[in-house]
Design a protein around this ligand. Structure first.
Ligand SMILES: [Cu+2]
Length: 576
């Protein structure tokens, strides 16, 4: 995190990159030649990411977080279709003893192990060892303290250009690492950047993260008043009592830790949680003992983005938070949507200005991205970018002011694009008669937990917890499938919505409940509201291999709401 002052004015991509030390996988010269085909010149084109603890001040609190290259969010990675993207991930986190872990991968453990997921990219499967493996029994890549992993990806020539992101994905340590800072943006350059009205617009990335904290239980921190999220093995923060328990197999129940611990693993409610915009806190929540599902909210001062009347600015918003669903409004402005989850539409979709009471203009589940143009209101003033309050999750989410747009200065009249270059990789869209298979996935759970007594709550897909060596789903390369994603009633544990995310492919969203979506709504993560069925269609067109789909509420994922699937090549071997 850089030393931003309050009311810092966000300038746009160039300034943001300079501030945060952007890592460009494509050399600067190649970036200027955006339209050029083929991979970047060889040589010094490795992106280096090193994760480690980071001590810093956050809103007056001394905190110990986890960061890539000492930056929160991590350094932006820039690449483009046709490139070879090479990333070396180094693990500088301190070791954590596995002592006391019962060996169940759905019990959070080994917060020192890490790996890397490039979220939303259509690239070789990269969660299991070795990279791209089709071995059903392949283990997950787990980089130990002091170790490293090299990732080399061929980006397809027709890869959609847009906003993607990266974060750790080792089962059992994902949320602890991500909710203490480990996430960064990845920008795929491409044809959309050459649309004249888009090229003329400043490009401003709005990366939103959450940071979960407890007072440190580390004896070495005694008297230092440090906040962190470093739960001991099997220590579970009990939201409703505010005490920390460890499961005792002999008694068959969780027992209060003695001496009491301040913090433990949590499925969402922290003693203290911050929301960050590009690394700066804008909102705080404090655990509320009187009503745990309603943390006590505090709005903090926000950053301000300067625009001129009639100026068109390109915004790219990432919800990198671990579990917060974000309905978004830009006050007194039409939102000209150009892309969701990195895949642009074939024309601009304008969402008219709405009252601040809603309904929202955009809905970002955890992991979603929206890319949109805003044309500055001709009336100078301060306009708010707001996350509306929502109660679609166990924890209620209060209304949050994320940032402000200050419109001032001489008026301009910048244009909006009419047509956009179609993302050819996903066209033609899948026709109903071409669907080879229909599958149903049900997201549910149980409280108190039966399958996962150590955690005390079950998160299940089709009544299964994650098993690293199981392959419940096998699909064929080239096939087109329709998946029905269901969060059903309370009798199946469907008490809150869940965001579905699948690796390797993006899907077209056909229906959310009864609401038919516009053709060409391509996403990689979709919010499934409770008591609702979402229908998506996808084509497995990239690589064979072992990979996963899961709920992108990270504590749900880490405790079991994930499944492997295998993409097999019916013609045996080969790729593309
Ligand atoms: Cu979930």
């Amino acid at each position: 995190m850089t030393s931003f002052s309050r009311r810092q004015v966000i300038q746009g991509a160039a300034a943001a990159a300079a501030l945060s030390g952007a890592v460009a996988a494509v050399p600067a010269a190649a970036q200027r030649r955006r339209a050029a085909a083929g991979p970047p010149p060889g040589g010094d084109d490795w992106v280096h990411l090193r994760c480690a603890f980071k001590e810093m001040m956050l809103d007056g609190h001394k905190v110990r977080l986890r960061a890539y290259n000492d930056q929160i969010p991590g350094p932006p990675i820039v690449t483009r279709p046709g490139a070879t993207l090479k990333i070396r991930l180094e693990n500088g986190l301190p070791p954590m003893s596995p002592a006391g872990w019962n060996g169940d991968h759905n019990v959070p453990h080994r917060f020192d192990l890490t790996n890397l997921h490039l979220h939303g990219l259509d690239i070789k499967p990269h969660l299991f060892q070795p990279l791209g493996t089709s071995d059903p029994l392949a283990p997950m890549i787990a980089v130990e303290t002091g170790g490293h992993q090299d990732y080399v990806f061929e980006i397809p020539n027709d890869h959609p250009p847009g906003l993607y992101w990266y974060h750790p994905h080792h089962h059992g340590s994902t949320v602890v690492q991500a909710v203490t800072g480990m996430a960064g943006t990845l920008i795929m350059r491409g044809p959309i950047d050459d649309v004249p009205q888009i090229r003329a617009a400043r490009d401003i990335v709005l990366a939103i993260q959450d940071i979960g904290l407890f007072p440190s239980d580390n004896p070495a921190d005694a008297g230092k008043n440090i906040w962190n999220y470093e739960p001991q093995q099997n220590a579970i923060w009990q939201t409703f009592t505010g005490i920390v328990t460890k499961y005792d197999p002999a008694q068959g129940k969780g027992v209060a830790t003695n001496p009491p611990l301040n913090g433990g693993f949590t499925t969402g409610d922290y003693a203290l949680r911050y929301y960050l915009l590009n690394g700066e806190p804008f909102f705080k929540e404090v655990h509320n003992p009187a009503a745990p599902p309603q943390p006590t909210p505090t709005q903090l001062p926000v950053q301000r983005i300067a625009m001129r009347p009639g100026e068109v600015v390109r915004f790219r918003m990432l919800n990198a938070s671990s579990d917060n669903l974000m309905p978004i409004i830009v006050e007194d402005h039409d939102v000209h949507l150009i892309a969701l989850d990195g895949v642009n539409f074939d024309s601009v979709r304008t969402v008219a200005s709405v009252p601040l009471t809603g309904p929202a203009q955009m809905l970002l589940a955890p992991a979603n991205r929206t890319e949109f143009l805003i044309k500055g209101n001709m009336r100078p003033g301060i306009y708010r970018v707001i996350q509306l309050a929502q109660n679609q999750q166990f924890l209620e989410s209060a209304e949050k002011l994320i940032c402000e747009i200050e419109i001032a200065g001489e008026a301009m009249d910048m244009g909006l694009p009419t047509a956009l270059p179609p993302p050819t990789r996903y066209y033609p869209l899948i026709k109903p008669q071409d669907i080879e298979r229909v599958r149903t996935l049900e997201f549910g759970g149980a409280f108190p937990g039966v399958a996962n007594p150590y955690v005390g709550i079950d998160f299940l897909i089709n009544n299964m917890q994650y098993q690293v060596e199981a392959i419940p789903t096998v699909v064929r390369l080239g096939d087109e499938e329709e998946w029905h994603l269901v969060v059903s009633g309370p009798h199946h544990g469907g008490t809150e919505g869940h965001p579905f995310h699948i690796h390797e492919v993006s899907f077209e969203v056909i229906k959310i409940g009864d609401a038919v979506q516009p053709p060409g709504t391509i996403m990689d993560t979709i919010w499934i509201p409770k008591d609702t069925e979402v229908v998506v269609r996808m084509r497995f067109l990239g690589w064979p291999g072992k990979t996963v789909f899961h709920c992108h509420i990270l504590p749900h994922e880490d405790t079991g709401m994930m499944q492997n699937f295998l993409i097999v090549d019916p013609n045996g071997g080969g790729h593309h």
